[in-house]
Design a protein around this ligand. Structure first.
Ligand SMILES: *[C@@H]1O[C@H](CO)[C@@H](O)[C@H](O)[C@H]1NC(C)=O
Ligand SMILES: *[C@@H]1O[C@H](CO)[C@@H](O)[C@H](O)[C@H]1NC(C)=O
Ligand SMILES: *[C@@H]1O[C@H](CO)[C@@H](O)[C@H](O)[C@H]1NC(C)=O
Ligand SMILES: *[C@@H]1O[C@H](CO)[C@@H](O)[C@H](O)[C@H]1NC(C)=O
Ligand SMILES: *[C@@H]1O[C@H](CO)[C@@H](O)[C@H](O)[C@H]1NC(C)=O
Ligand SMILES: *[C@@H]1O[C@H](CO)[C@@H](O)[C@H](O)[C@H]1NC(C)=O
Length: 416
């Protein structure tokens, strides 16, 4: 097999003026970054969130890869529909530019597994295998057993996502697999000795106790956004990525009402310079597993699961029978450098960024601004029992509650 693959990589592939290995501009990457962001936001809006599933975590980039690979084998209306849902219609060289982002994965703290499994017996077209390899360094794989799938997921996520599937239904014909493990690697790490228990406010009535990472001198780009009615902060991460947190102001907005208004490139344009400030951030390890069929159907991709035209993959009738996504996100004190003393900007008031209520996050590639990872956290400790908040119940908003160290004191939140 190896020789065969090497041979395929060397096939010259100039398609409609797009060349493999071509270098694309920052603007071209940003267009794709925006398309990936729209896909991610749409999925987040269509995935259930509530007491049973309080957190949603997904990798828009890896889902874009999976759907784009499928698009290579789609024809006619199905191809148009997929390109539309990828926000790729009218983007020249879409597959080439998206494929050129593949190397970014290896430089980040993200372990991504994306694969397309086909039931054996299907006669896969060589052109599809070639295109998938050339564009996305991926190829369709015959579905052998649930053990093989699980072993592969475990391998590529360095053992962090075991037992990905319980079983494989008999009728599976084509399945898109997506597994992501992400561990935050801050440029400035937190001191584990300072981490202590703190309250995270689920709503105006309930809170949970979480391990809160703390720093009194943390370099951060912080924006108080009056339009979003949220605080937005960007933490520099390893590998030219940054970690964006959008924290709706409790009592005014919530994660669901802020989501439709998010625009990452707009936020990055408006985020001020880094300043040192006080930061409180929950330490979390969250797992998420979801079958995405329903969400994709409500996004207009229902025909993938009924009667798509995938004649670019095989002449035999094919339909997608599953889109599985699993992700694990871990935010701990670790980082790539010891707490660095960065340029300290003088401040008139002490700024504070304290993440003690539901928030939206994204791991953003600094060059393309594509979200590699995105999520909503409404309960960072779903296994802990909620407690009643201190203070008046019922009518109160967060800011009415007695101030504690771990709470947002809106009077002190000033970015300049
Ligand atoms: C963000 O806003 C800019 C204009 O300010 C727009 O060009 C871009 O498409 C928007 N991005 C998304 C993902 O909506
Ligand atoms: C679908 O596309 C193929 C070419 O891939 C073409 O031969 C066929 O006529 C198209 N079918 C429809 C219904 O448009
Ligand atoms: C997983 O990794 C082991 C050891 O590297 C290898 O032997 C095995 O083939 C891999 N399995 C899959 C399904 O990728
Ligand atoms: C990060 O970007 C800088 C230029 O902005 C570049 O010199 C450096 O090699 C990049 N590092 C990585 C790990 O991509
Ligand atoms: C979020 O706020 C909107 C109104 O702005 C409200 O309709 C919705 O129920 C709220 N959602 C949650 C989860 O509190
Ligand atoms: C809630 O507000 C109403 C009127 O604003 C007041 O009568 C009531 O006592 C308040 N309840 C609590 C628990 O504070």
């Amino acid at each position: 097999g190896i020789l065969y693959l090497v041979f395929l990589f060397n096939v010259s592939d100039t398609v409609h003026g797009c060349r493999g290995g071509q270098v694309f501009s920052r603007e071209e990457h940003r267009v794709i970054g925006g398309a990936i962001e729209r896909l991610g936001l749409q999925l987040l809006e269509n995935l259930p969130i509530g007491p049973k599933q309080p957190n949603v975590i997904l990798s828009p980039l890896s889902l874009a890869f999976a759907l784009a690979q499928l698009t290579l084998g789609a024809r006619n209306e199905t191809e148009k529909l997929l390109l539309k849902s990828l926000h790729a219609h009218g983007v020249p060289c879409y597959h080439h530019i998206l494929g050129s982002l593949v190397p970014h994965f290896s430089k980040t703290s993200l372990d991504v597994a994306t694969r397309m499994y086909l039931r054996p017996g299907f006669d896969v077209k060589l052109s599809f295998v070639e295109d998938s390899l050339a564009r996305y360094r991926s190829q369709p794989v015959p579905l052998v057993s649930v053990e093989e799938v699980n072993q592969w997921v475990e391998n590529v996520t360095n053992g962090h996502i075991p037992n990905f599937l319980e079983s494989i239904p008999h009728d599976v014909v084509l399945m898109l697999m997506n597994a992501v493990y992400f561990k935050g690697e801050w440029k400035t790490r937190f001191d584990p000795q300072v981490t202590s228990k703190g309250a995270f406010y689920l709503d105006s009535q309930n809170s949970v106790s979480v391990d809160m990472m703390k720093s009194v001198h943390y370099p951060l780009r912080l924006l108080d956004d009056p339009e979003l009615e949220a605080q937005v902060a960007s933490f520099p991460f390893k590998g030219n990525t940054s970690f964006l947190i959008v924290l709706p102001l409790p009592g005014k907005e919530n994660v669901s009402s802020v989501l439709p208004k998010l625009n990452i490139s707009d936020l990055y344009r408006r985020l001020p310079q880094e300043k040192t400030m006080q930061v409180n951030l929950p330490k979390v390890k969250l797992q998420y597993r979801q079958e995405l069929q329903e969400a994709l159907t409500s996004m207009g991709l229902g025909s993938l699961f009924s009667g798509p035209d995938l004649s670019g993959i095989s002449d035999q009738p094919l339909r997608v029978t599953g889109v599985r996504h699993a992700s694990t996100v871990e935010l701990s004190e670790e980082g790539v450098e010891a707490s660095a003393t960065t340029v300290v900007t003088s401040m008139r008031s002490v700024s504070l960024f304290s993440v003690t209520s539901p928030f939206i996050f994204a791991l953003v590639d600094d060059a393309s601004l594509a979200p590699l990872f995105m999520g909503i956290v409404t309960n960072p400790a779903p296994d802990n029992d909620p407690m009643l908040n201190d203070g008046p119940l019922g009518n109160s908003t967060m800011s009415d509650q007695p101030t504690t160290d771990n709470q947002i004191r809106s009077d002190q939140i000033r970015s300049d």
